[in-house]
Design a protein around this ligand. Structure first.
Ligand code: DC
Length: 237
């Protein structure tokens, strides 16, 4: 059985494309085990948004300028113990911009192809687990690059159509306008960029449990993940 110590936290990774349900499942697992959360996509979204604001996302992106921007940002985490979210601060302050839009997702995906950007974010992600009981980390390369020795690795996917349907529903429920065709096209374009990039492409780790959530409820996926973890070695709650 795996026991966490101050230097050996238990890590659960959830990788996969956007809209497959990673965030929801990561939250449920963190709540269940009393672990912290790392939403690594938010880091890339922040870098992407700031790069856009500084006009760095041109046709011929300058990797060194992006790397300089990334290393100059003093990014830190502010855990919110009431709802288990972790807010990311830039230079000690929360960003007021909405980083959850598809446009910012696309900025994030553009900056994420660069090895110097990824390297600049590496230690920050690794160190968030230090001294913790456990961590649920979601993203694209959590199981393959950032936490290769994680206790349990999940790759959560779903068809592009199912993910577009979910996004449209979310937007409508929030009272926002949703263009299904554009959303589907954006999802496909972003998947392609994330899966085909040379560095840390989005793909399942060799020892990951791959789950297709297209026709499954959150509860079903959650139970499947718990079974997988328990088969490996149960985590005390
Ligand atoms: O998970 P998300 O949609 O918030 O991620 C936004 C983009 O950031 C995603 O399209 C690719 C990039 N990303 C990454 O390259 N590696 C991660 N670990 C997380 C996100």
């Amino acid at each position: 059985m795996t026991h966490s110590t101050a230097t050996n936290p238990i890590i659960i990774t959830i990788d996969g494309p956007s809209g497959a349900g990673k965030g929801t499942l990561a939250y449920r697992l963190a709540e269940h085990f009393g672990f912290e959360l790392l939403d690594s996509g938010a880091l890339y979204r922040i870098v992407g948004l700031l790069a856009h604001k500084q006009d760095l996302l041109t046709d011929d992106i300058d990797e060194d300028k992006l790397a300089k921007l990334t290393t100059s940002l003093r990014l830190s985490f502010l855990p919110n113990t009431t709802n288990r979210t972790v807010e990311i601060l830039v230079d000690g302050k929360a960003l007021t911009d909405d980083i959850r839009t598809e446009t910012v997702g696309s900025f994030a995906s553009q900056v994420a192809v660069f090895v110097k950007v990824r390297t600049a974010l590496f230690d920050l992600q690794r160190n968030i687990a230090t001294g913790k009981k456990g961590l649920v980390a979601d993203g694209r390369d959590m199981g393959t690059v950032i936490f290769p020795d994680a206790h349990a690795k999940i790759f959560l996917t779903a068809s592009a159509k199912a993910r577009a349907d979910r996004r449209v529903l979310q937007l409508k429920q929030a009272g926002k306008v949703a263009d299904y065709d554009k959303i589907l096209a954006d999802i496909i374009a972003r998947d392609e960029r994330d899966e085909k990039r040379c560095v840390a492409p989005s793909r399942p780790a060799h020892d990951a449990l791959v789950i297709d959530s297209s026709d499954k409820s959150v509860d079903e996926v959650f139970e499947e993940i718990l079974d997988f973890i328990n088969q490996k070695s149960p985590i005390p709650t």
